[in-house]
Design a protein around this ligand. Sequence first.
Ligand SMILES: *[C@@H]1O[C@H](CO)[C@@H](O)[C@H](O)[C@H]1NC(C)=O
Ligand SMILES: *[C@@H]1O[C@H](CO)[C@@H](O)[C@H](O)[C@H]1NC(C)=O
Ligand SMILES: *[C@@H]1O[C@H](CO)[C@@H](O)[C@H](O)[C@H]1NC(C)=O
Ligand SMILES: *[C@@H]1O[C@H](CO)[C@@H](O)[C@H](O)[C@H]1NC(C)=O
Ligand SMILES: *[C@@H]1O[C@H](CO)[C@@H](O)[C@H](O)[C@H]1NC(C)=O
Ligand SMILES: *[C@@H]1O[C@H](CO)[C@@H](O)[C@H](O)[C@H]1NC(C)=O
Ligand SMILES: *[C@@H]1O[C@H](CO)[C@@H](O)[C@H](O)[C@H]1NC(C)=O
Ligand SMILES: *[C@@H]1O[C@H](CO)[C@@H](O)[C@H](O)[C@H]1NC(C)=O
Length: 380
Amino acid sequence: MIFAPLSLGLVLLPFVSAAVHDVQVGGAGGKLEYSPEAISAQPGDQVVFHFHAKNHTVTQSSFANPCGLKDGGFESGFMPVPVNQTDNLPTYTITINDTQPVWVFCRQAANTPASHCGQGMVFAVNCGLDGAPNSFTNFKKSALAIGASLSAAAASPTGAPAAQWTTAAYGGLTIPAAPQVTPVTQTITLGSEVWTTTYNSYPGSPGPTPAAAQGVVHRVVVGGPGKLAFDPPSISAQPRDTVVFEFHQKNHTVTQSSFADPCRKLNGGFDSDFVPVPDNVTSDWPTWSLVVNDTAPLWAYCRQKTPASHCGAGMVFAINAVENSERNFTAFQNVAKALNGTAAAQNTAPTTTPANGAISVRMGGAGFALAVAAVVASFF
Ligand SMILES: *[C@@H]1O[C@H](CO)[C@@H](O)[C@H](O)[C@H]1NC(C)=O
Ligand SMILES: *[C@@H]1O[C@H](CO)[C@@H](O)[C@H](O)[C@H]1NC(C)=O
Ligand SMILES: *[C@@H]1O[C@H](CO)[C@@H](O)[C@H](O)[C@H]1NC(C)=O
Ligand SMILES: *[C@@H]1O[C@H](CO)[C@@H](O)[C@H](O)[C@H]1NC(C)=O
Ligand SMILES: *[C@@H]1O[C@H](CO)[C@@H](O)[C@H](O)[C@H]1NC(C)=O
Ligand SMILES: *[C@@H]1O[C@H](CO)[C@@H](O)[C@H](O)[C@H]1NC(C)=O
Ligand SMILES: *[C@@H]1O[C@H](CO)[C@@H](O)[C@H](O)[C@H]1NC(C)=O
Ligand SMILES: *[C@@H]1O[C@H](CO)[C@@H](O)[C@H](O)[C@H]1NC(C)=O
């Protein structure tokens, strides 16, 4: 059999060495764009970004959140280049590992009307074709929409941002916008103690002053015979408070996640690891403790997937969920069920939840030192 030269070429293609793709970042007239804006690349290929004048970054984001750093994503850092520098431009190189889309934005002036991303400075590798839901056009459109809402917020007298709904990382679910957060530094005086705290303030957030200087202790029961739940499932707590998770029957975890991604571990988040409790245990429950450092909502779940996803069955927990907002506890639990539950779990009516059923007890004289000891496990 004789091969035509063309088919010979195709046969040899897999042995061709990895390609290098050059992308210009910024450039003449201080334009805010990557050029080209979208490329396709094979696993093993390299993309070399050349930074022109101004002060840009190459930062990985996600399709769902074009102007936000992806958890664990790559990031070039800021690359300031003077206007008169036209050669020896700094570069940053990424290697393409697979055929999945890679989304990129410039982090300069993030979350302000001057946001480079919000002005359309985005880039993609292996995105969908035009017409596909994950096309470059749609990605850039949503970056520009973020820019427009940042400008609108700056122009509005209250500074209230237009709500931005996003799409979940998987499962195609729509996620309500996160509240606008303002970091506040405040000096707190409580009895004879004075300290300075920095916390995140947002509509509906609790105050930064704990009920006692040492904080209070909230007890939360994890699991139990026939129960895939945290009890109470939702509490409010202040900085310095301690949450003591008391593990009952089965084999559960308390693992930090995020509102938009309830059943996957948050990068750098807390995790108790699995705490198996045999059926015949009736006292001396093992515990695991967490100190609350901020007023911002904390989202958590049970990581157990055997025999079925506990998180998908609704085994989630929240601290400081804002009940009168779209991001209330029930909404969080519904996201978990929708993303990780079985079809049956998805059809379950939402359970009602007390806003704050926490059992709170004042901590004794152990004081703030207790707060540093994150793990108080007393395994049987
Ligand atoms: C580059 O931008 C970052 C972030 O805005 C800023 O912190 C840094 O000072 C800038 N560098 C120069 C040299 O302008
Ligand atoms: C750019 O301008 C600065 C300040 O005017 C000067 O110090 C520097 O040498 C110039 N650099 C180049 C590459 O011309
Ligand atoms: C490819 O994998 C390396 C090593 O894990 C990682 O540093 C890099 O960011 C990955 N590249 C992309 C485009 O995700
Ligand atoms: C607890 O669950 C984890 C994850 O499913 C498993 O690896 C571990 O063996 C279990 N421990 C016990 C004692 O059942
Ligand atoms: C529970 O049962 C195991 C094995 O049957 C036994 O070794 C253990 O002592 C029992 N524990 C309690 C608290 O009764
Ligand atoms: C609070 O800070 C302590 C000490 O840095 C840390 O161990 C703990 O995980 C933090 N709490 C949360 C909820 O992140
Ligand atoms: C939830 O589903 C995601 C995507 O399939 C998976 O990565 C994750 O491990 C699941 N988590 C749990 C606790 O079921
Ligand atoms: C709480 O969440 C539920 C479920 O998503 C939603 O129907 C309800 O409107 C939310 N409550 C508020 C006050 O937004």
